[in-house]
Design a protein around this ligand. Structure first.
Ligand code: FES
Length: 79
């Protein structure tokens, strides 16, 4: 029996999942942080859906915000 398309796509997907509940990938999270200058997990939840399930990815979402968000860029610029 054939498996549904989305399962096959996930099996072969090279993307790292950050939020398993909502199937949000690392590249989606980073892209949204950088493009929209997101600052909070609430922002990420609103624009990507990441973190709207079990919430166990929130600590990791915070790390992405610290690493790729405006605060990180400002601290690098100030030196
Ligand atoms: S893993 Fe992100 S909400 Fe569950």
């Amino acid at each position: 029996m054939d498996r549904p398309y989305h399962h096959e796509a996930c099996d072969g997907c090279p993307e790292k999942l950050v939020c398993r509940c909502l199937h949000v990938t690392e590249s989606q999270v980073i892209r949204m942080i950088e493009r929209l200058e997101l600052r909070t997990v609430r922002d990420l939840r609103q624009y990507t859906g990441a973190g709207d399930g079990c919430t166990c990815c929130h600590a990791q979402l915070e790390e992405y915000l610290e690493k790729f968000g405006c605060a990180a860029v400002e601290s690098i610029a100030i030196g």
